[in-house]
Design a protein around this ligand. Structure first.
Ligand code: GDP
Length: 714
């Protein structure tokens, strides 16, 4: 079988998700080892793990970048060869956008749980995201060698907290330091790992003292499998049992339809349980064929189209990650949905309406890259060549264009000025920053005209700190971040109309632009809409785009405090022109004048980003932590008692109030509390606080909505 013709039904595109510290990196590392691609066991503790290749990931012990890695596995029970592409999903919630984009392109997931910590609040976040993207899952309860680990409790928690139909297909043999193997409930046999590296497995009968328990669990397993399919149910009634292959068939069906989550167990660190986990990936998680079709639109007609995920259909792929590689340059990671992509070919980017040449196709392994000549439906590869393709873009066959659904990225909520240590570093810093920004669509870089400073914007404090780190380590650039600042927005309080005239007619060729605009508030998060109601040539159609452009430019800095204006509909409903003097520039300027005036008439409100916060603490600190949150203008959404002595607080809190929260929480709870935070939505800033912000920025409160209502009553 040649590499490129690898059968789709034997291909698995998976992600591994876990709460931080549950053992995702170690499990991934072991998978790469047992699949024969990594020849030396790396260890997270020594900072040599293969997937986490960026130095600061090792230092911080978190995984940031979604890298895709291919490996091959021969299934134990029938020796069939499978190709597994692993898409790395970061665990830290500051990187939610990374998780979401990874979920978009993978077909199935291994959820790793810590055998001691069990289902923690943060694992619930990823679980919910996987639900949203309908990703079938299997679970791996890890760290069963640790004191205090308990397989059965974790299974119970998965049922109660995640609402998952968690069904063990294995039971652990021995506890804690005596953990030595598992009972395979499908085959009803014991598996022991006998050597240090876990490469030698011994099979034997189910231990005497576990027979009863194993029978009980197997019985449940068989029933669950039978319930998934009428034929299996019939077979079960007739035989009173199911064969191992029938059980697998039923479980596979249940997993693919989200009714069942098969649960396995082991200890990645002690090299136990990983090979059966790989079997389960092949047995239960979907192949690209199971996904069936991908939907998109025809960019020319807007018509919705479906593509079967096969080689025979025209080529289409989604770019889900851009990385700058020091040796090969700009790498674009692609999930190929249909058709075949050949090296040297030109493909079409319908979003950007350009052709891109594919110079190289690379299959990324954990520690080397392999040049291949083609990539086929269902595959995940990295390509070199595309110049303008960004994360979320579609690449396709020009003769059969399709635009796949875009990945949505939230707008940045936090920004910090970034400065090079000295002149010598400045140019290199800008160059490096541009590369980093190209890799991460939630990261923005802009030049502030007024202050002459570079501003870096993103989704959280940690994300920006990591940029600073990468600058230093990867690019040798010393940079300093300024104080974190909130990305406020402005919006209008009500409807208003205004006129804009830009007319200069003194001698020679003049300027003539004249418009009437209406502004209306849109629901929060709706962004911007432009409506043109001009018919019959009051303004020639060639000038209309200039009007929209003028409005867009004016929206970049609102009249209240100079923050971007959002959530407005702008309607162009009247105006006039001059045969000779009218120009695009004149209409653009007229539109800017009209828009600003309309905003002043409508009155403005200041909006601030609100973060969804989950705080996990020992119960005795509840009072103090709640008190502190209230002082930070938080809305408490709920307090949940967890097992042990822990409680989880869910709250919404303005970003402005939680800078440096990590430090405060640490001191409030003597280092025992933890939290996660992600941008949720925007809300109006209370007036007294808004006033301070507006005045600080050197603006006045004259266009603030309430003062205006007062004024109009006069
Ligand atoms: P991640 O944050 O989910 O990627 O977790 P890591 O793989 O980095 O593991 C976190 C810590 O748990 C590291 O110190 C690992 O050595 C340790 N660890 C991982 N798996 C096991 C296991 O099976 N047993 C024990 N005792 N420790 C483990």
């Amino acid at each position: 079988m040649t590499e490129s013709k690898f059968p789709l039904d034997k291909t698995r595109n998976i992600g591994i998700a876990a709460h931080i510290d549950a053992g995702k990196t170690t499990t991934t590392e072991r998978i790469l080892f047992y699949t024969g691609r990594v020849h030396r066991l790396g260890s997270v503790d020594e900072g040599t793990a293969t997937m986490d290749w960026m130095p600061q990931e090792k230092e911080r012990g978190i995984t940031i970048v979604a890298a895709a890695t291919s490996c091959y596995w021969r299934r134990l029970h029938d020796n069939e060869l499978f190709r597994i592409n692993i898409i790395d999903t970061p665990g830290h919630v500051d990187f939610t956008a990374e998780v979401e984009r990874a979920l978009r392109v993978l077909d199935g997931m291994i959820a790793v749980f810590c055998g001691v910590g069990g289902v923690e609040p943060q694992s619930e976040t990823v679980w919910r995201q996987a639900n949203k993207y309908s990703v079938p899952r299997i679970a791996f309860v890890n760290k069963l060698d640790r004191v205090g680990s308990d397989f059965f409790t974790v299974v119970q928690q998965m049922r109660e907290r995640l609402g998952a139909n968690a069904v063990p297909i294995q039971l652990p043999i021995g506890r804690e330091s005596d953990f030595k193997g598992v009972v395979d409930l499908i085959e009803m046999k014991a598996i022991y790992w006998v050597d240090e590296l876990g490469t030698q497995m011994e099979f034997g009968p189910v231990p005497e003292d576990m027979k009863e328990l194993a029978m009980e669990y197997r019985q449940r397993l068989v029933e669950v499998a039978a319930e998934q399919d009428d034929e299996l149910m019939e077979a079960y009634f007739e035989q009173g049992d199911l064969t191992p292959s029938q059980i697998r068939q039923g479980l596979r069906k249940g997993t693919l339809s989200f009714k069942v989550v098969p649960v396995l167990c082991g200890s990645a660190l002690k090299n136990k349980g990983v090979q059966p986990l790989l079997d389960a990936v092949c047995d239960f998680l979907p192949s690209p064929l199971d996904i069936g079709v991908v939907r998109g639109t025809n960019p020319l007609t807007g018509e919705v189209i479906e593509r079967k995920l096969t080689d025979e259909e025209p080529f289409c792929a989604l770019a889900f990650k851009i990385q700058t590689d020091p040796y090969v340059g700009r790498l674009v990671y692609l999930r190929v949905y249909s058709g075949v992509l050949k090296k040297g070919e030109s493909v079409y980017n319908p979003g950007k309406d350009t052709n891109e040449r594919i110079m190289r196709i690379l299959r990324m392994h954990a520690n080397y890259r392999e040049d291949v000549d083609e990539a086929r439906a269902g595959d995940i590869v990295a390509v070199v060549g595309p110049k303008v393709t960004m994360t979320g873009d579609t690449l396709c066959d020009k003769a059969h264009p399709i635009l796949l659904e875009q990945i949505e990225f939230p707008e940045p909520v936090i920004f910090r000025v970034i400065e090079a240590k000295d002149r010598a570093h400045e140019e290199r810093m800008v160059e490096a920053l541009q590369k980093l920004v190209a890799e991460d669509p939630t990261l923005r870089l802009r030049y502030d005209q007024e202050t002459g400073q570079l501003v870096l914007a993103g989704m959280g404090e940690l994300q920006l700190e990591i940029v600073e780190d990468r600058l230093r380590r990867e690019f040798g650039v010393q940079a300093r971040l300024g104080k974190p600042q909130v990305a406020f927005r402005e919006t209008i309080a009500q409807e208003a109309i205004a006129e804009g005239r830009y007319i200069r007619q003194t001698g020679g060729r003049g300027q003539y632009g004249h418009v009437w605009l209406k502004v209306e508030p849109l629901p929060r998060g709706a962004g911007f809409e432009f409506v043109n109601q001009i018919t019959g040539g009051v303004i020639p159609s060639e000038f209309i785009p200039a009007v929209e452009k003028g409005v867009r430019e004016a929206m970049e800095a609102g009249v209240l405090a100079g923050y971007p204006v959002v959530d407005v509909r702008v309607t162009l409903f009247d105006g006039s022109y001059h045969e000779v003097d009218s120009s695009e520039l004149a209409f653009k300027l007229a539109a800017e004048i009209a828009f600003k005036e309309a905003c002043k008439q409508a009155g403005m409100i200041l909006l601030e980003p609100i973060m969804a916060l989950e705080v996990l603490i020992p119960k005795e600190y509840l009072g103090d932590v709640l008190g502190d949150l209230t002082a930070r203008r938080a809305k408490i959404k709920g307090v949940q008692e967890l097992t042990g002595n822990a409680v989880m607080i869910e709250a919404e809190v303005p970003l402005a109030e939680v800078f440096g929260y990590a430090t405060s929480l640490r001191s409030l709870t003597q280092g025992r509390g933890s939290y996660t935070m992600r941008p949720s939505h925007y809300e109006p800033v209370p007036m007294n606080i808004a006033e301070r912000i507006v005045l600080d920025r050197g603006y006045s409160m004259s266009y603030y909505a309430t003062s205006l209502v007062g004024a109009s009553n006069d």
